[in-house]
Write a protein of this length. Structure first.
Length: 336
């Protein structure tokens, strides 16, 4: 068995404002993991253009997502932070993986079905092969672990399938079989308006999500308006069954306060939602407020952010080039 260096890769699309979902499902866990793993964090702009992005908005969002990562505590001196399009190996390995992955595998991807909706025929080919690019992002660095929200679990299973098929097709153990790291009490943060839909940057309803750029009043207003139901808060986890909106708010509270869902149920059980929502708004502001402030400050320092991304890209290229060269060799591409 090949021994791989323990390495993390993960990314965020610059397809809008960072949300509480991105923070709790991914970025916050990265901050903890960067202390124990060699870490590579990527602003995945190639993924973002699988749906139309205005070029000027995309440029801004790329800087803003990088600023959000740094403001949340990702240390550019300890980790590699870069934007995907500055390292050509991602697109190149994705092509090779397009030739490894099977149509049947991609046809099962729920994210494509959700995003393409009824307009499947009009969706971009990029959106369809998005998971192949994601597999390439990870395998380009032979990463062993990927911290993500629960929504990305299926794509990581596909990454494992692609790595396994590549290894078996070419009689090698070149690619590691990656392990997902899905951590915390809020693994899938749901929309504040609909507890059955994921909180998402691109949801047309602003009130469905909390953005890392929201100010105190906006956060309080969104939480006040968050959908609940007419029953009291349950005092046990079992009482959350069939109440997705309530479960979501309790999970967010637990994650933000570093407590368990059971503990939060115990504290607020039997009460109605008004005091709970008030406390949740205060808690959210106290955790997110300093991040928002720092993010704003960093967004004004475009030269600094661009420099971080440039240096990160150079480091990423140095790591990725020998991997890609070996892939060329394994596949049989003539190298002069
Ligand atoms: N609601 C969520 N709960 C938990 N984790 C989440 N993540 C995203 N939304 C939630 C995690 O954040 C990381 C980056 O996600 P992404 O930006 O690359 O893509 P996404 O999952 O498609 O996120 P969005 O916000 O829904 O973007 P759009 O609207 O553009 O599609 C991933 O680790 C993801 O699991």
């Amino acid at each position: 068995m090949t021994e791989f260096k323990q390495r993390i890769f993960s990314g965020v699309q610059p397809s809008g404002n960072l949300t509480l979902g991105n923070y709790l499902g991914a970025i916050r866990n990265w901050v903890t993991l960067q202390k124990t793993y060699e870490s590579i964090f990527c602003v995945v702009d190639l993924h973002a253009i699988t749906v139309w992005q205005d070029p000027a908005v995309l440029r801004n969002a790329t800087r803003e997502v990088a600023a959000g990562m740094i403001a949340s505590g990702i240390d550019p001196k300890e980790c590699i932070i870069f934007n995907q399009s500055q390292v050509p190996g991602h697109a190149e390995l994705a092509w090779i993986f397009n030739c490894v992955a099977r149509m049947g595998w991609l046809n099962r991807m729920t994210q494509f079905k959700e995003k393409a909706g009824k307009n499947r025929e009009r969706a971009s080919v990029g959106l369809y092969v998005y998971p192949d690019l994601m597999a390439a992002d990870i395998m380009l660095y032979q990463a062993t672990h990927v911290p993500v929200g629960e929504d990305q679990k299926q794509h990581l299973e596909l990454t494992r399938d692609i790595a396994q098929k590549f290894n078996s097709d070419y009689g090698t153990e070149f690619f590691p079989i990656v392990e997902p790291l899905i951590l915390g009490e809020a693994k899938r943060v749901m929309s504040l308006r609909d507890g059955t839909a994921k909180m998402s940057k691109s949801d047309p309803s602003e009130n469905s999500r909390i953005n890392l750029t929201d100010d105190r009043d906006t956060i309080a207003k969104k939480i006040r308006k968050a959908r609940t139901d007419s029953e009291a808060i349950p005092s046990e986890i079992a009482g959350l069954e069939g109440r997705p909106e309530v479960k979501n708010l309790i999970s967010i509270f637990a994650a933000l306060s570093d407590r368990t869902v059971a503990e939060v149920c115990q504290q607020y059980g039997g009460q109605d939602f008004a005091p709970f929502k008030k406390d949740l708004a205060e808690l959210s502001v106290s955790v997110l407020g300093p991040i928002t402030e720092e993010m704003k400050r960093l967004c004004d320092e475009k030269t600094y952010i661009d420099q971080v991304l440039k240096e990160g890209s150079e480091k990423a290229r140095i790591l990725s080039e020998p991997v890609l060269k070996q892939v060329h060799n394994i596949v049989g591409f003539l190298q002069s």
